[in-house]
Design a protein around this ligand. Sequence first.
Ligand code: SF4
Ligand code: SF4
Length: 186
Amino acid sequence: MQSAADVETMLLGPVLADRACGDCTACCTVLTVDTPDFSKPAETPCVHLGAHGCGIHAERPAICRSWFCGWRRVVDLPDEARPDRSGLLVSLNFVRATRNCFEGVSINVRTVTAGQAIDKRIAAIILDALCVQLVPVWFSDGAKKMLMHPDNDVASLVISGEAAPAHLEKEVAAWRARYGVFAGNG
Ligand code: SF4
Ligand code: SF4
């Protein structure tokens, strides 16, 4: 069975040797962690996070050693897309109780600081780099979550099962072939 890290490598790419977290600690606050040896709630700084980063770096939990955000993996994301610079954190999301077939496994782009103005230019660069394969991409700003890829018209056809017009036939068929397994969920 594939681990989450294997799926991340398959869909986002391997961890890139020339990318470093530097001063970024976004994931230590933004993410939910729920593993047998360590857990923390979302949008809450980890209890080990201090002014100079992780206070238990040498002994940090296994998940913190093995997990890397999308910026550490996606080769087409520029330096300015690092979460502490862009205010946007890219990660692969796994949802068990899905509302539709695009939620099970997807790329999530979320704002790091609630209420922070989004730099539309860097957001567009990040989305352009991510919306290129048969993997759904969501954008969430804390208040709401929007499906960015595939487009709304394609998503509606995939979910409804209705016949697609000629110009969308191939794209809709490709998404259905990949995500048909989740179709019972929405
Ligand atoms: S969000 Fe990404 S770049 Fe920032 S600390 Fe986490 S893994 Fe490193
Ligand atoms: S243990 Fe360290 S690396 Fe892990 S979430 Fe907490 S501060 Fe971050």
